[in-house]
Design a protein around this ligand. Structure first.
Ligand SMILES: C[S@@+](CC[C@H](N)C(=O)[O-])C[C@H]1O[C@@H](n2cnc3c(N)ncnc32)[C@H](O)[C@@H]1O
Length: 228
């Protein structure tokens, strides 16, 4: 990974300070799982990182099983430490999320993707939704928390808005680290408007889309996308 993910300590400090609104997004994911009525079931977490988001979402939902996927062994070493506190069955696998989705033989009930699939360019995202749809069983749920641009907004303008908000709100990381985070966004993030995520999901065969949370700066959105 490029940019500030070389330094997980910086990311974890920002998450601890809730600068990326993980708590609200996790609460919205939990609400979507609870509303489904059948629990979290078998969970696949794509780009799980240090599994901090999974902890917030799943802590007391007792999923049947959990598989966390990430590109880097460094992230998964941190995830193993996070998961030491979990009482439910879990495993981690190094891999590219699309490759894992394409080769997974079993279906799952819940797919989480949080701040990880926006590295895919726009043209690759429809395939992501198709692959997730194929892996989800009946009543399956895709819970995504990802950068969301405004309708019609240019990527450069989204990055400028993000830079402005990060300089104001990322108080728990040093100014040079904030600039490194901004550089990472400018070089690696490809946000889409929630409506575009919704269209791609519906085109891939999903039947329901609901925005469960948008942060006050409208930089990220949690979207619950259902097979039914
Ligand atoms: C910003 S972190 C998010 C971690 C966690 N999901 C969260 O919400 O805090 C992004 C993570 O996605 C992983 N990632 C990015 N692209 C990926 C890909 N194509 N396949 C698997 N993991 C990926 C990175 O290695 C990194 O750990």
């Amino acid at each position: 990974m490029r940019g500030f993910f070389a330094d997980w300590a910086v990311y974890q400090a920002a998450v601890r300070g809730n600068s990326l609104r993980h708590r609200e997004a996790a609460a919205a994911m939990r609400a979507a799982i609870t509303a489904r009525g059948t629990g979290a079931g078998r969970v696949l977490d794509l780009g799980c990182g240090d599994a901090g988001m999974a902890s917030l979402v799943l802590a007391d939902l007792s999923p049947h099983s959990y598989l966390g996927i990430d590109l880097t062994p460094q992230a998964l070493a941190l995830a193993e430490r996070t998961a030491a506190a979990w009482a439910f069955p879990h495993a981690f696998q190094v891999g590219d999320l699309r490759t894992v989705l394409a080769h997974l033989s079993e279906t799952v009930d819940t797919v989480i993707v949080s701040l990880a699939m926006h590295h895919l360019p726009t043209s690759d995202k429809p395939e992501f939704f198709r692959l997730v749809r194929e892996r989800l069983g009946p009543a399956g749920l895709l819970l995504m928390y990802e950068p969301a641009s405004l309708p019609g907004e240019l990527r450069a303008d989204y990055c400028d808005r993000a830079a402005h908000a990060f300089r104001l709100h990322f108080t728990e990381v040093s100014p040079p680290d904030v600039e490194a985070i901004i550089d990472h966004v400018r070089s690696a993030d490809y946000p889409e408007p929630p409506g575009d995520y919704a269209r791609m999901a519906l085109d891939a065969g999903f039947r329901s889309v609901r925005v469960g949370y948008e942060d006050p700066d409208r930089l990220w959105a949690m979207i619950a996308i259902g097979v039914d």
